[in-house]
Design a protein around this ligand. Structure first.
Ligand code: BDR
Ligand code: CA
Length: 318
């Protein structure tokens, strides 16, 4: 039986890769896409999520529009320099034909989880606001979730938006600290591994010849993401951050995990830093009572990238 997942997302170029990758995997059943701000506004995320499903011919999958601002600050304005002003590589697509469901994303998550207790995996690829809101609305929800496999954080490596913080966590640290404190299984796929998953420019150029509508769209948006990596990081290619969660769901054996309780820094220069409780831990009361988060610290990058590439090459048959 396929594993039921809900993808919480701010699409986003690497979100598009992850969503298309998941859609091509029969082992996964996507119950819905829930949207949030991050790479752009929530409005933009919802339009892009609907677009991606239309491109893939999967308009049967519902989209639920979520939180429009972080819990403890204003929306930080997105990442037009990374993902384009429309978060889809500056394509400025016409409005999608479809509409989101009338329910808030947090309520959608609650209803889906409670309809199949213990079966649903949440896959957040964006700030954790919708998940935290769902936990505040229904505090016992975590015990009914099978697992959370999230892209976010940087445990033992520097951040990518500040020296301390990874972008998804930095965009709503308060929400992230609530989620990391929840009583459920959480796997954190952060920069510790995603920065080892690098698709070179030569590979990106091959999307155009794969000959399916998902790959055609990716071929149009990837140049923007590639340019950012060239300009800012001096790398000709891209990190496939969000897709790493899908590789983990399909092949967890490719990842090495370490379990540590995690707190999120909420103040000062370190705001958004994910702190695992490691090292001299005799004064760690702030971490007390938290379940260990399974932090990905190593990945078989060649195998994960080959797996992802093979999925992008597939024609969707249902
Ligand atoms: C994360 O930040 C976003 O820009 C990407 O879509 C990804 O989810 C990487 O730090
Ligand atoms: Ca994302």
């Amino acid at each position: 039986m396929a594993r039921k997942i809900i993808i919480d997302t701010d699409p986003g170029i690497d979100d598009a890769l992850a969503i298309f990758y998941a859609l091509a995997a029969p082992e996964l059943e996507i119950l819905g896409l829930t949207t949030v701000f991050g790479n752009g506004s929530t409005q933009m995320s919802t339009a892009n999520a609907l677009h991606l499903l239309e491109i893939a011919g999967r308009t049967d999958i519902p989209v639920a529009h979520g939180a429009e601002r972080p819990m403890g600050m204003a929306f930080q304005g997105g990442a037009p320099q990374v993902h384009g002003a429309d978060a889809q590589g500056n394509l400025f697509l016409p409005a999608p034909a479809g509409k989101p469901v009338s329910m808030h994303a947090a309520q959608f998550i609650i209803d889906q989880v409670m309809a199949a207790p213990g079966e649903i995996t949440l896959v957040p690829l964006a700030p954790l606001t919708n998940i935290a809101l769902a936990f505040l609305l229904k505090p016992d929800l975590p015990q009914y979730i099978r697992e959370i496999v999230l892209m976010g954080g940087a445990a033992f490596v520097p951040g990518n938006i500040t020296p301390a913080a990874e972008a998804n966590i930095w965009n709503d640290p308060e929400a992230a600290d609530i989620v990391f404190g929840a009583d459920c299984n959480i796997v954190m796929i952060g920069l510790d591994v995603t920065e080892h998953l690098f698709l070179p420019g030569s590979r990106l150029e091959q999307f155009a010849s794969l000959g399916n509508p998902r790959a055609d769209h990716l071929a149009r948006i990837l140049p923007c993401y590639r340019d950012f990596h060239v300009r800012q990081l001096g790398l000709d290619g891209i990190h496939v951050h969000d897709s790493s969660t899908i590789s983990y769901l399909l092949r967890p054996d490719l990842f090495t995990l370490e379990g540590h309780p995690v707190r999120v820094e909420l103040t000062g220069l370190g705001r958004g830093k994910t702190w695992p409780a490691v090292g001299r831990s005799d004064v760690e009361s702030a971490w007390a009572g938290r379940r260990p988060i399974q932090i990905a610290v190593k990945v078989d990058a060649d195998a994960a990238l080959a797996l992802e590439w093979e999925h992008h090459s597939r024609t969707l048959g249902r």
